[in-house]
Design a protein around this ligand. Structure first.
Ligand SMILES: Cc1cc2nc3c(=O)[nH]c(=O)nc-3n(C[C@H](O)[C@H](O)[C@H](O)COP(=O)(O)OP(=O)(O)OC[C@H]3O[C@@H](n4cnc5c(N)ncnc54)[C@H](O)[C@@H]3O)c2cc1C
Length: 395
């Protein structure tokens, strides 16, 4: 008999959520994945895309599927906080700003339609309204704003993962802090071998290894997904600067060209005791193919030219940032062929995959994890659960 009924590989945002939803329904669930490394610069194993204190959350989205995934997740934040006793959600609101032209304008039209369909409350602001309400920004005079005040803001991804883990464990899931190097479907169940030298068996396995999904022998064949390095810049705010940014929402500044879009998190207290305002962009396209390449990337502080672009853009948009000390960091976005997460079985009917965050899944990770759990429990997803959209594509 296999050791477990269901094993989730990867204790990140999607994996911990899947483990919570599975262990709410059945016994025999294990979650296998390492904790965050204590020293990032000397760690040579797998990393994760959630080692940070803030990720934007919002229902407003140019794609109805992503909007629905977010809405379903956000609706459960309160329950997860209450059950775990861990706070991770901050309702700071989320503002989109832009001039309504080009790609940004098309995005907003679609997002307004999706918001209407889902019953989201979006306040539309003209340039004067924007300047009046959000004085920390110096936006161009032709910009408008689309502001989601409720059920939007940011989540602390580390805290959300901790909360999901705590509930999953309290429901009986076994948390194994090891890294998987090989998964194979055998006559005795699915075999899972760890770098630490252990071997487990399970009736079914779901692989939720984020950007590292293709970087070990985890799936019968690789998913068609690019693990893309992304750079983030942090502005350290002293007390005076923090006051200048009081009441700031999570913000996305749209552009006519996708490469010029930036997202900005309001001031957040970090574990080093300092308060940082974070900005990132979407222009980086480089693919990380191997574990070595990914490790080197995570050891770096991102790409210097991207840091320069982000700093320039940040100071243009928020002149109060001028003179604040700047640091930078690296992260990985997992971009799928379809633009949606991959949630489905592989060539093996006992090995499923749950990955493809596409740079927007922190906020929706609870629903994406739930869909992974439904897949294992019911054997398939229905159209209501976006079976068609989330079907994985293999190389
Ligand atoms: C810079 C940046 C900014 C972002 N901003 C936002 C945002 O504002 N809003 C938003 O919603 N989303 C945002 N995202 C996206 C979000 O963080 C990701 O979509 C989300 O983390 C993906 O969850 P995941 O579970 O797929 O991957 P992860 O959270 O990375 O989890 C994968 C887990 O798998 C584990 N793992 C890997 N390999 C193995 C192995 N071989 N064996 C065992 N375990 C393994 C890792 O340890 C990790 O814990 C951002 C991402 C980045 C990089």
């Amino acid at each position: 008999m296999p050791d477990f009924k269901y094993v989730v590989v990867g204790a990140g945002m999607m994996g911990t959520a899947a483990a919570r939803h599975l262990s709410a329904q059945v016994d025999g669930v294990a979650l296998i994945g390492p904790a965050e490394p204590l020293d990032r610069k000397s760690h040579n194993g797998v990393f994760s895309s959630h080692y940070d204190e803030a990720r934007i959350t919002r229902g407003f989205d140019g794609d109805p599927v992503w909007a629905a995934l977010a809405k379903r997740s956000i609706g459960r934040y309160g329950e997860i906080e209450a059950r775990s006793g861990i706070r991770f959600y901050h309702e700071a609101g989320c503002l989109f700003a832009g001039n309504g032209d080009g790609l940004g304008g098309a995005y907003v039209s679609r997002a307004m339609a999706a918001s209407d369909a889902l019953g989201l409350e979006i306040e539309v602001l003209d340039a004067a309204g924007l300047a009046d309400r959000f004085g920390m920004f110096a936006l161009p005079g032709d910009n408008q704003g689309w502001f989601e005040r409720r059920n939007a803001g940011y989540v602390n991804p580390r805290a959300l993962v901790k909360a999901q883990c705590a509930i999953a464990e309290s429901q009986g899931a076994k948390l194994i802090r090891e890294t998987v190097i090989r998964i194979e479907d055998t006559a005795d169940g699915v075999e899972i071998v760890t770098q630490e030298g252990q071997r487990f068996t399970s009736e079914k396995v779901i692989v939720a290894a984020g950007g590292f999904t293709n970087m070990a022998e985890l799936l019968p064949s690789q998913v068609d997904m690019a693990a893309t390095g992304r750079t983030i810049a942090f502005f350290e705010l002293n007390e005076e600067k923090q006051r200048a940014f009081e009441g700031m929402p999570s913000t996305i500044v749209l552009a006519e060209n996708a490469d010029d879009i930036v997202y900005i998190l309001p001031p957040v207290l970090y574990p080093d005791g300092k308060v940082y305002l974070k900005i990132g962009g979407e222009s980086e396209k480089g693919r990380l193919e191997t574990l070595d390449e990914a490790v080197r990337w995570f050891h770096s502080d991102g790409t210097a030219s991207e840091v320069a672009f982000l700093v320039k853009r940040a100071v243009e948009l928020m002149p109060e940032l001028g003179g604040c000390p700047v640091t930078s960091g690296s992260c990985v976005a997992s971009i799928t062929r379809t633009g949606y997460p991959y949630i489905g079985y592989t060539q093996s009917s006992n090995i499923a995959v749950l990955t493809g965050g596409n740079f927007v899944s922190a906020k929706s990770s609870d629903e994406i994890g739930r869909l992974g759990a439904v897949l294992l429990l019911d054997g398939q997803l229905t159209e209501e659960d976006f079976a068609g959209e989330v079907a994985p594509v293999f190389v």
